[in-house]
Design a protein around this ligand. Sequence first.
Ligand code: FES
Length: 111
Amino acid sequence: MTHWIRIASVDECGPQQCLERVAADRIVALFHADGEYYAMDGVCPHQGGPLGKGVLQGCVVTCPWHGWQFDVRTGQHETNRAVRHFTFPVKVEGNDVFVDVNGFAESRAIR
Ligand code: FES
């Protein structure tokens, strides 16, 4: 069952920006990449770094702690094909951005 939660306004996450929010006890990283919004689990699968505070270039976010890089569209690690992080469906209604916190794609992350 979907569970959409508003996590930001469009204005709070402008083009090529990212931010960190808490939704339903999850830390969510929201990205505005190449004109679309994407969301991933905000806790880096390496050692827990804050992905929502990373650096976004194109559709790739770089974790601020040790530099792991993920495609924000899929959660796929850029160099280790065995690692894919959780992603969430996102929708925009008017000026509001929502994530479906029950709709996360399963991670293949190495822990
Ligand atoms: S915690 Fe993200 S790269 Fe180490």
